[in-house]
Design a protein around this ligand. Structure first.
Ligand SMILES: O=C(CO)[C@H](O)[C@H](O)COP(=O)(O)O
Length: 214
């Protein structure tokens, strides 16, 4: 399993230092939560900050686009240095084209799945992407409570993937701390995203190490 801390809960006055801390502690990548104040009520950052993070690290960057007009912006995030870009299917009218556009930009395409989105309706899309982010909170904020039942959603996505896309990488995102790592692994997750459990901790490096050990 891999751990990708979400910078959403990092101290933005010391972003380079925060990146270095989790990288040196062993994080496998960084998760960048892009929010536009429309698709989700919260507003975070755009490609300028992604490009700044890119200059701080060689770790893989996963941009999670919680924005209403993702297709218009994927090129900007790819050029900013994102290695992987996940979109929310509800916010993308022509998903097949957007996935093809992401591949043409040499970016790994991902699908971010909201807590009650029917998984059966996403089977074809899950077969077409490299990774799925199973949201275990409603998108929009860090530090929310984990939605019980989300591990079952990971299990269901794993089952779909076994049939349609065995190499699909499954990410669980939201309310994750060290105590949930084993359950995430048992459910079939390959990657965990953690924001507040890492950057809200008194010692983020120790928090990363604790999660890696778990
Ligand atoms: O996508 C997100 C919110 O929309 C965040 O990545 C996620 O919530 C991580 O933060 P935390 O670990 O604090 O829950």
């Amino acid at each position: 399993m891999r751990l990708t801390p979400s910078l959403l809960s990092a101290d933005f006055t010391r972003l380079a230092e925060e990146v270095r801390t989790v990288e040196e502690a062993g994080a496998h990548g960084l998760h960048l939560d892009v929010m536009d104040g429309h698709y989700v009520p919260n507003l975070t950052f755009g490609p300028i900050v992604v490009a700044a993070v890119r200059r701080c690290t060689d770790l893989p960057l996963d941009a999670h686009l919680m924005i209403g007009n993702a297709p218009e912006h994927i090129r900007a995030y790819a050029e900013a240095g994102a290695d992987a870009i996940a979109v929310h299917p509800e916010a993308v009218p022509h998903l097949h084209k957007t996935i093809a556009d992401l591949r043409a930009l040499a970016v790994r395409p991902g699908l971010a799945i909201n807590p009650l989105s029917p998984l059966a309706s996403l089977e074809e899309a899950l077969a077409a992407v490299d990774y799925a982010i199973v949201m275990s909170v409603n998108p929009g904020w860090g530090g929310q409570r984990f939605i019980e039942g989300s591990m079952d959603r990971v299990r269901q996505v794993r089952k779909i993937a076994e049939r349609t896309n065995p190499s699909l990488e499954i990410v669980i995102d939201g309310g994750i701390n060290a105590s949930r790592i084993a359950a995430a692994r048992d459910a079939g997750a390959d990657v965990v995203v953690a924001g507040s459990a890492v950057f809200g901790a008194a010692d983020p490096a120790a928090a990363v190490r604790e999660m890696l050990a778990a």
